[in-house]
Design a protein around this ligand. Structure first.
Ligand code: ATP
Length: 369
């Protein structure tokens, strides 16, 4: 499933040079974006970057100051929220406390004047979908957080919208329940064949669920790509830093040719794979994930490049892996993640050890912005 790679695929939701201002403040800044039908699309970014405002413009709760939002090629300007084939599920779930689970789910259908028998069928279908049949007669306060989340989901799906907009849907759940629900949501989205747009500031959530992620910064999109592209090939320091943990080493370009860059850094020479051209003498950064850094007590054979010496400063034990913080001596600390595949009761590498970090030329990436 990759309609974004198909030049013939029709856009489903489109932002065309959309700017949204609140007074003099620009919340969304000349932003263009295409989302395809049946996509699970995530808007990811720090608090205040404009994610919710984008969703509210799809739903019709806000209008763009400049530009157009389109659905299936039709501009949405002037179409009120209740006429749009979209539904928004809010972070707070906004369930009616005095109504039972079934009346909560039926609420929107009743308002639309759907016949009673049809409502009953639809509510039953929704209860089954979110596995809440035994809870139909309960009120929200008699449910767990995860169950309330599923009621909210059932209620927003009941009208069978073409687009479901989810604003931090899992924010109120504990970690374990959140992980389970992530898989439930993606299964559900695939079964229903609907388009989901989710807002989150949790990169793990976006990575687990989304087909594509848009990483946002101050009302702009910095990168739109699949989770693995975002993680493996971030297009900037901002994206690299925002998604996952990463080591960044500053350097100056010594040579750039034949798909490789040689960087002079305070920690030695780094040679990295790079398709493109950067002028000699330019500033550039080498960025590498902790799990791609080898860690050894012995000096590697080819120590003249891609090899950095340091001292173990701290070890963070995470169970499945340990994160080694290695001081390079001039205020720079790099991290190396090592899988704890055997039952290590005594670590082979410990605090204050002098160690070597090394990596392959294609293990990290060169960034110029
Ligand atoms: P969060 O993750 O905290 O929900 P967000 O990325 O969803 O953040 P938005 O809610 O889209 O951010 O808000 C973007 C910016 O626009 C914020 O600085 C916010 O204060 C501002 N903003 C949003 N709605 C309004 C409004 N109605 N009036 C004035 N400013 C607003």
């Amino acid at each position: 499933f990759a309609p974004w790679l198909d030049p013939k695929a029709k856009p489903f939701i489109e932002f065309r040079n959309v700017t949204k201002k609140f007074g003099t403040f620009t919340a969304v800044d000349d932003l263009s974006l295409t989302i395809y039908e049946r996509e699970f699309f995530a808007l990811l970014g720090p608090s205040g970057c404009g994610k919710t405002t984008m969703m509210r413009m799809i739903a019709g709760f806000e209008d763009p100051t400049v530009g157009d939002v389109l659905l299936e090629g039709q501009p949405l300007a002037g179409v009120p929220p209740y006429r749009r084939p979209t539904n928004m599920m809010f972070q707070s779930y906004a369930l009616f406390p005095h109504m039972t689970v079934e009346t909560n789910i039926a609420f929107g259908l009743k308002q639309d004047g759907m016949p009673k028998a049809e409502i009953a069928d639809r509510v039953a279908e929704m209860l089954k979908l979110v596995k809440l049949e035994p809870f139909a007669k309960r009120k929200p306060h008699q449910l767990s957080g995860g169950q309330r989340q599923r009621v909210a989901l059932a209620r927003s799906l009941a009208k069978k919208p073409k687009v479901l907009l989810l604003d931090e849907p899992l924010g109120a759940l504990d970690r374990k329940l959140r992980e389970e629900t992530q898989f439930e949501l993606t299964d559900l989205q695939q079964d229903l064949g609907m388009t989901f747009v989710i807002v989150t500031h949790d990169q793990e959530e976006a990575m687990t669920m989304a087909d594509r992620i848009a990483v946002m910064d101050h009302g702009r999109i910095v990168q739109v790509a699949t989770p693995s592209e975002i993680y493996e090939q971030p297009n900037s320091r901002y994206v690299a830093d925002f998604v996952g943990d990463i080591n960044i080493i500053e350097g100056k370009v010594e040579r750039c040719a034949d798909g490789h860059v040689t960087l002079n850094t305070p920690h030695g020479t780094i040679e990295a794979a790079y398709e493109g051209d950067i002028a000699k003498g330019s500033d550039a950064w080498f960025a590498i994930r902790p799990e791609k850094m080898r860690l050894t007590l012995d000096e590697p054979a080819e120590a003249h490049r891609n090899c950095i010496a340091g001292e173990v400063w701290d070890i963070g034990y995470l169970g499945d892996m340990s994160i080694y913080h290695v001081h390079l001596g001039d205020g720079v600390t790099l991290k190396s993640a090592q899988a704890n595949t055997t039952r290590l009761l005594q670590r082979p590498i410990s605090w204050d050890d002098r160690v070597w970090l090394s990596f392959d030329a294609d293990a990290g990436i060169v960034l110029t912005r």
